[in-house]
Design a binder for this molecule. Sequence first.
Ligand code: FES
Ligand code: FES
Length: 159
Amino acid sequence: MKIHVTINGVPTDVKVAPNEKLLDMLRRMGYYGVKFGCGRGECGVCTVILDGQAVMACLTFAAQAHNKSVITVEGIGQPGNLHLIQEAILDHGAAQCGYCTPGIVCSAKALLDENPHPTEVQVREALKGNLCRCTGYQKYVEAILDAAEKLRETSGRLE
Ligand code: FES
Ligand code: FES
């Protein structure tokens, strides 16, 4: 079957198998920022944004993205032009091995797009599906709160 999906702002038609997961479709297309971890909804490293909501791509059929918008970490910032969330993660030294980071960036962006004034509790709630084995989360939480503040100061740079 063929689906029509907008990936990181680019509309495209993709042939998918009826049982293909969004994770496999995206990686097959070269979006390697969408990581494979557990494959069963437990680690969050495959998190992407589907029509504004953070979803686990390993639990989402590719067909569910038909006529929708998908944002992966590749669509959030570029080397040399990082998103403020990514800059804050760097500034706070929040990432260690980095394997969880693309999913955390997607969860954070979905949160801040919907709620520019999150509390610490709301940030922790948004990250509850993203396992990080290295950091203990504190620096990620601080980075996302910092990014929220900077995004409010420079609104218009949220894309
Ligand atoms: S690979 Fe999707 S939640 Fe672990
Ligand atoms: S930085 Fe290593 S898993 Fe999060």
